[in-house]
Ligand binder design. Structure first.
Ligand SMILES: Cc1ncc(COP(=O)(O)O)c(C=O)c1O
Length: 308
């Protein structure tokens, strides 16, 4: 998706002009992929723009870096303030997507990351619906990828590591080139894991099921955890349960969740129509509540919002 440039990007504690936010071609991460990132959204609310679950995202970034043994030279509090600054100075009062990135910079070459400088950047820009304008209305077409999700001993699946997304990019590319909107990835054991940038839920007999993140090798999604709470508040039971691909084919409803995508219904999986082929009532109810919660229209979820 194309980016709409904004004015300034935070780089290592300083705000620099968007067009000057550059790195050296010999930056370590550019060659070896070690580093981590986050995807966060901020929304326009009745009381000003607010970042959704800011602390949780920043803490997941720091946890990703812990796994990689990268010492981030900023605290969680400093990074939260920096995210708020970036949204504020760029005048993103209508909401935006925020991309914090921790990468190893210029100074060392070779696979050994020790000694490479640790750099941090935070950019923000307006970003529309990740899977297309009519995804929420019509649902998306998904394909189970021929690429398996990482084995957890090959790549840490709890971390949003930069290099780990080669796996996701391969799956996305395969799905899009075959005419689908998004890929579903199976884990090394053949069970459903997650999508290239989303977690997945199915609805069966009025109850929700999602693959357990650690067993499925899926990212522990912050949206997934928000949906678990919203679903429970709406009176639906949610179970983390290993799913097979035929559970997807036979589900009454399927939907995906993620910061970028938000909540998007799935219309078909591998050309098998899901349910009635249009977004089901439980997906609708959850999507509507999430939509309102992130925009400050549901007081019970106000704790999830940080005004900038
Ligand atoms: C692979 C993958 N799974 C799931 C998610 C959903 O996570 P979240 O809801 O925290 O954005 C993302 C997005 O960050 C992702 O990249």
């Amino acid at each position: 998706m194309p980016i709409t440039p904004t004015d300034q990007i935070w780089m290592d504690g300083t705000l620099v002009a968007w067009s000057d936010a550059k790195v050296h071609v010999l930056s370590h991460t550019l060659h070896y992929g070690s580093g981590a990132f986050e995807g966060i959204r901020a929304y326009k609310t009745p009381n000003g723009v607010a970042v959704f679950r800011l602390k949780e995202h920043v803490e997941r970034l720091l946890r990703s870096c812990k796994i990689l043994m990268i010492d981030v030279p900023y605290s969680s509090k400093e990074l939260c303030e920096a995210v708020k600054d970036v949204v504020r100075v760029n005048g993103l009062s209508e909401g935006c997507y925020v991309r914090p990135l921790v990468y190893l910079g210029y100074g060392e070459m070779g696979v050994n990351p020790i000694g490479a400088p640790v750099n941090v950047s935070i950019a923000a820009w307006p970003w529309g619906p990740y899977l297309g304008e009519d995804a929420v209305e019509k649902g998306v077409r998904m394909k189970i990828s021929s690429w398996a999700r990482h084995h957890p001993n090959a790549m840490p699946t709890a971390a949003k590591t930069i290099g780990g997304y080669v796996n996701a990019s391969l799956a996305k590319l395969e799905a899009v080139r075959a005419g689908y909107d998004e890929a579903i990835m199976l884990g090394p054991d053949g069970r459903v894991s997650e999508c290239t940038g989303e977690n997945l839920f199915i609805v069966r007999d009025g109850a929700l099921f999602s693959p357990p993140p650690s067993e499925a090798g899926a990212l522990r999604g912050i949206t997934q955890s928000s949906i678990v709470k919203i679903a429970a508040d709406l009176g639906y039971s949610v179970t983390f349960e290993a799913l097979r691909r035929d559970d997807l084919y036979l589900a009454d409803e399927v939907f995906v969740t993620g910061t970028a995508v938000e909540v998007v219904p799935v219309a078909s999986v591998d050309d098998r129509v899901v349910g009635a082929g249009r977004p089901g009532p439980i997906t609708r109810a959850i999507e509507t509540t999430y939509h309102q919660a992130v925009r400050g229209e549901r007081p019970q979820y106000e704790d999830w919002l940080t005004r900038v």
